[in-house]
Design a protein around this ligand. Structure first.
Ligand code: GUN
Ligand code: ZN
Length: 441
């Protein structure tokens, strides 16, 4: 394979940082050198031409190259029920989610939607996602196979639920444990795939099921864990009545051994102080899903509290409760949620949360999240000039090299039109075509 130099403005965060705006690495006229799926050099383009005389040059001048975006909370079977009207969490699950997830009992259907789902990620610049599958093992196989074909780094898991949902969507404590173990053995660490233990949330898992998954967490200390925590007030009251002995909602998971690093808790809107402290000391991560929280009317996540308690926070679209696959737009929603609380989310901190911050939280920063030498070549080309309005808005920032302003404006104005191309593992995985913008597919 020939060495390639990607010529563009380049922005990333090379290290873990508490102050991302101060820790960027930026090349206005950069060159990213890739070879055999890995990043092998990054510097000013002018320095690269002499150093790699035989390399192919891919010219993306006028575009801004950033690391592939990381979505830390999304549901693949909910792709087709995005933007379903009118309900808050528990009714939304009953009325829309469970009936749609039932369709994934059919592996052929699951495979079809897995393709659509991954294509949506790529056209939005998302190269890694932490994904809830349905309760079905075969649907989870379909997701992993589709990701493997595209060489994507995907973290996924079979959703486990053994009560308080329709009978046709239930597993049991034992089948959840057995099937999750089989999926770990088959997929975890294979190519770029990782397994994630996935109890849906405390109301739909019996104490026995949580314990079974906790056993697996102990048996496989490097697998990921994901679930929902403290999303809606009604849900929290329900959990209190189902687990009267637990100190708080997080404690339900903690007693089962499910609170640790590489565990990602979605939402965390209504936490009490003990939960904040425990999340902090355990090294667990919160997936902040602002679009979903606004859509379901769940509440406003307190990002300032997470900062105070030094808890890892990543961003998730939470499609189908989130209304866009686009993580830059999701970051725009996070900005608005912070504004409603008198807080500010600066665009470089937002971008850090979508890239290096997420990689650090998930302990994957030696592979993804940055453009350091030796990491996997997953990256995205942003188009600041994707339409008339963005061109007008950003012409000065593009001239004066203000990448923070470009990121901010795209987080407000952008969508998949702002994604010119997405590269995965050193290969072009998606390129925007003019006609694709208007295709009725
Ligand atoms: N809580 C339990 N399941 C779900 C889900 O599918 N989506 C959201 N947003 N919250 C949940
Ligand atoms: Zn969710």
């Amino acid at each position: 394979m020939t060495i390639q130099i990607i010529r563009a403005a380049v922005l990333h965060f090379p290290r873990q940082s508490q102050t991302p705006a101060a820790d960027i690495q930026y090349f206005a006229a950069g060159g990213l050198v890739i070879d055999d799926g890995k990043i092998v050099d990054l510097n000013d383009y002018g320095l690269m031409v002499g150093r790699y005389p035989d390399a192919d040059v891919v010219d993306y001048r006028g575009k801004l190259l950033i690391p592939g975006l990381i979505d830390s909370h999304i549901h693949f079977p909910q792709t087709e029920m995005i933007a379903s009207y009118g309900e808050q969490l528990l009714e939304w699950l009953e009325n829309y989610t469970f009936p749609v997830e039932r369709k994934f009992a059919d592996p052929v259907y699951a495979q079809k939607i897995a393709d659509v789902f991954l294509q949506q990620l790529l056209r939005n610049g998302t190269t890694t996602a932490m994904v809830y599958s349905s309760v079905h093992k075969e649907a989870t196989d379909a997701l992993f196979s589709a990701a493997q074909q595209r060489q994507m780094l995907i973290i996924g898991g079979k959703t486990c639920m053994d009560r308080h949902c329709p009978e046709w969507l239930q597993d049991s404590a034992q089948t959840a444990q057995r099937q999750s173990a089989e999926l770990i053995e088959q997929w975890h660490g294979k190519d770029r795939l990782y397994y994630c233990l996935t109890p849906r949330f405390a109301p739909t898992s019996s104490p026995a099921q949580l314990e079974c998954l906790g056993e697996l967490a102990q048996q496989y200390p490097d697998v990921f864990i994901q679930t929902h925590l403290s999303e809606s007030r009604q849900e929290i009251e329900w959990v209190k009545s189902l687990y009267p002995d637990a100190d708080n909602y997080l404690d339900v998971y903690d007693r089962a051994g499910l609170v640790r690093s590489r565990a990602v808790f979605g939402h965390c809107i209504h936490l009490v102080d003990d939960e904040w402290s425990r999340l902090s000391e355990s090294g667990a991560t919160i997936a902040f899903c602002p679009s979903s929280n606004l859509f379901l009317g769940s509440g406003l996540f307190a990002l300032h509290k997470a900062r105070e308690h030094q808890v890892h926070v990543t961003l998730g679209t939470d499609v189908g409760a989130g209304t866009s696959f686009n993580l830059l737009r999701t970051m725009g929603d996070a900005y608005k949620v912070c504004q409603l609380q008198g807080d500010k989310l600066d665009p470089l901190t937002g971008l850090y949360m979508l890239t290096q911050g997420a990689a650090v939280a998930l302990q994957l920063e030696d592979k993804i999240g940055n453009l350091n030498i030796g990491t996997d070549a997953d990256f995205v080309l942003l188009a600041p000039d994707f339409d008339t309005l963005s061109t007008l808005r950003l012409r000065d920032s593009s001239k004066t090299d203000n990448p923070a302003d470009i990121i901010f404006a795209l987080s407000m104005l952008g969508d998949d039109r702002a994604i010119a191309a997405t590269w995965v593992n050193g290969c072009l995985a998606y390129q925007q075509q003019e006609e694709q913008l208007y295709a009725m597919d």
